[in-house]
Write a protein that binds this ligand. Structure first.
Ligand code: GLN
Length: 279
C-alpha cells in the first residue's frame, strides 16, 4: 500500500536526484498543490492509503516538470507576496521575497492621497501590494510587455484592486503626469551573468525582465535621467538594486538632484533598496 507520506518521500528523492534545490520543500509544495491539501489535513491523513488517483497523477506530472527545472511557481501558477496571491507565468518575473523590502520601504513613506507610479511593473505585485496595504492612494503600473500587463491586470482583479496598467517604454505612457512616488524593480543583471543563473531563472523567466545590459545599470541611468519630470518636488524615487550596485545608483541619484539617499537591506542582509528624495 502506498501512503500519502510515501509519495512525498519518493518525490523528494526524485527531485534530489535531479539536483533541484530544496527538494523537501518543493516535494511538499507540489503535494499540497496536486492533492489540494493543507498541512493540517496532511498531518491527519499522512498514513492513509493514497486513493485519490487524479491527485496521484497530478502529483507525478508536477514532479516530472520540476525535475526538468521548470520553476515551482509555473507549475502551481501562483506565488505569495506581501500576504497576497499572485498569478504568474513565463511572461513575468516571479515575485521575489527580496522585493517585499521595496514594498515595505514605500509603505513607510506613503500618505493618503498620494499617487504612485510603478515602472517595469511585470506581474504588478509591487503596485497591487501598495494599493492593498496603504490607505487611500492611487497608482499606475507601466511595462513595455503587453503580455506582462495581461498578468498584472489579472492580478489586480484576483486581489480586487483598482489599478491602471499601461503599455509603453518607461515614462512614455504617463507623459505630463506627476507622481508623489516612483517605485521600480528594473532588470539589473549584467548581460554576461545571465548564462550563469539557475536554469529556472535563465531558461524560464523573461530575459527582458532580468537583463540590465553590460553593467546591469542601464535602466537606473535611463530612469534617473528622466524621473524628475514625472515626480513632484519632495517626491520619492525608490529602486530595487542588485548586489554591489549601491554606490553607482546613489551617485546617479545625487547627480540628478536627489538627496537624503537611504539604502535598505533585505532579509538576507543584502543591500536591496535605494531611496532618494527629489530636491
Ligand atoms: N533578483 C532577481 C534575480 O536575481 C533579478 C531581478 C531583476 O533583475 N530585477 O533573479
Amino acid at each position: 500500500m502506498t501512503r500519502y507520506t510515501d509519495l512525498i518521500v519518493e518525490a523528494a528523492n526524485r527531485l534530489q536526484d535531479a539536483d533541484v534545490p530544496n527538494p523537501d520543500i518543493d516535494a511538499w509544495e507540489l503535494f499540497a498543490f496536486a492533492f489540494r491539501m493543507d498541512k493540517k489535513e496532511y498531518l491527519m491523513r499522512m498514513s492513509e492509503e493514497a486513493k485519490d488517483e487524479e491527485g496521484v497523477a497530478r502529483y507525478a506530472e508536477a514532479i516530472d516538470l520540476r525535475c526538468k527545472r521548470i520553476p515551482l511557481q509555473h507549475i502551481t501558477g501562483e506565488q505569495g507576496f506581501m500576504g497576497l496571491t499572485f498569478h504568474v507565468n513565463e511572461d513575468v518575473l516571479c515575485p521575489r521575497q527580496d522585493t517585499e523590502t521595496l514594498v515595505e520601504v514605500a509603505l513607510q513613506r506613503l500618505l493618503p492621497g498620494m499617487h504612485v507610479l510603478d515602472l517595469c511593473t511585470g506581474s504588478g505585485c509591487i503596485l497591487i501590494s501598495l494599493l492593498a496595504l496603504a490607505q487611500d492612494i492611487t497608482g499606475v503600473g507601466v511595462d513595455i510587455s503587453e503580455k506582462a500587463l495581461i498578468v498584472a491586470r489579472e492580478n489586480a482583479w484576483i486581489n480586487r484592486i483598482d489599478a491602471e496598467f499601461l503599455q509603453g517604454d518607461l515614462f512614455a505612457p504617463v507623459k505630463g503626469e506627476r507622481f508623489d512616488m516612483i517605485v521600480c524593480n528594473p532588470p539589473y543583471i549584467p548581460s554576461a551573468v545571465i548564462p550563469k543563473l539557475m536554469p529556472e531563472v535563465r531558461d524560464h523567466e523573461p530575459r527582458q525582465a532580468l537583463d540590465g545590459d553590460r553593467d546591469g545599470l542601464a535602466y537606473y541611468r535611463k530612469i534617473t535621467a528622466q524621473a524628475h519630470k514625472y515626480l513632484k518636488r519632495g517626491g520619492y524615487l525608490i529602486f530595487e538594486i542588485g548586489i554591489g550596485q549601491r554606490d553607482a545608483v546613489a551617485q546617479m541619484l545625487f547627480m540628478n538632484g536627489y538627496r537624503d539617499m537611504i539604502c535598505y537591506r533585505d532579509y538576507s542582509e543584502n543591500e536591496r533598496v535605494m531611496l532618494g528624495r527629489l530636491e
